[in-house]
Design a protein around this ligand. Structure first.
Ligand code: GUN
Length: 293
């Protein structure tokens, strides 16, 4: 069994980016700038955004964090997005999700200039990815593709099962795994809450990407010997032994599944650090060789 170390891989990639940014600034060019909009004080979102800002520093980027309270109006957010779209010193920006219920998430995403949409959530970027045109690809699936590539996981002709159909992970993951490229060229099955016999489908999988948000969902009896297991789950579960009172738990019963498979990602330290890393890669591209310019 090989542990896919996302933390180490992300550190290597961030170092590669930092070297490139140092070369850019030595030539007198401006460093990439990422802005993040954070609404409210949700613990998970606070942590994610803080980690994104920290990663910007590690890569030599500048960054700005724009905060709003939970009761912010959609109009105010749309105004801020317009301002960021028009600010030439901002290469890319994100609006951390989820947003409060009174805000229409799709209206917000559609207001972002696709050329600055480093999350890859805008319908134009989703569409471009689906037909193989250059654009920005959603960070978590892009990070998983980097891990498969860097660990030399054979994907061509393999049966990949994606558990979950979210716009952010499941759907783009399906697109990337089936695309004609390396990694890619998989035969893909997508399972969701209305899929019967998920266990049987998983038993036939060479690669499982678990993105359901159900801790420990993938058990040993669902895994074919020698399979590759990618765990996207990051649910906070109570843990009285921790100072915080919680720990992160993935969608895979890691202890038992690890014994059976060829490659597996841990939680934490697997996919999570790669998500942030992909955001940094997208931001570098937005600055350096923006696919829209
Ligand atoms: N919420 C959970 N994951 C993400 C992400 O990748 N980007 C944004 N903007 N919000 C998220």
């Amino acid at each position: 069994m090989t542990l896919i170390d996302g933390k180490k891989t992300a550190a290597e990639i961030k170092q590669e980016i930092a070297t490139e940014v140092a070369e850019m600034t030595a030539r007198g060019e401006r460093a990439p700038h990422l802005a993040a909009i954070l609404v409210g004080h949700d613990g998970g979102s606070e942590t994610y955004v803080a980690n994104k800002v920290k990663a910007c520093g590690e890569c030599g980027f500048t960054s700005s964090l724009i905060r709003f309270e939970d009761d912010v109006t959609e109009e105010t957010l749309l105004k801020e997005i317009k301002r960021l779209n028009e600010d030439d010193t901002v290469d890319g920006f994100i609006v951390q999700l989820p947003l409060p219920r009174h805000i229409n998430e799709q209206n917000i995403i559609r207001a972002i200039d696709p050329a600055k949409d480093v999350d890859g959530f805008h319908p134009i970027n989703v569409g471009r990815m689906s037909i193989g045109l250059p654009g920005f690809v959603s960070a978590t699936p892009a990070g998983i593709m980097q891990l498969l590539k860097r660990y030399g996981v054979e994907t061509k002709g393999k049966h990949a099962v994606v558990l979950g159909r979210s716009n952010i992970v499941g759907k783009p993951m399906v697109t990337l795994l089936m695309q004609k490229s390396n990694p890619g060229n998989c035969t893909v099955t997508v399972c969701h809450s209305a899929t019967p016999n998920i266990k049987d489908i998983c038993r036939n999988a060479d690669i499982i990407v678990a993105a359901l948000g159900q801790p420990g969902f993938v058990t040993e009896d669902m895994v074919k010997p020698g399979a590759t297991i990618i765990d996207v789950g990051t649910t906070r579960v109570a843990d009285a032994t921790r100072k915080s009172g919680w720990r992160l738990r993935g969608d895979v019963d890691f202890e038992n599944v690890a014994k059976k498979c060829e490659f597996i990602t841990p939680v934490p330290g697997g996919v999570g650090p790669m998500t942030i890393c992909s955001l940094m890669i997208n931001t570098l591209h937005a600055r350096k060789d923006n696919p829209y310019k």
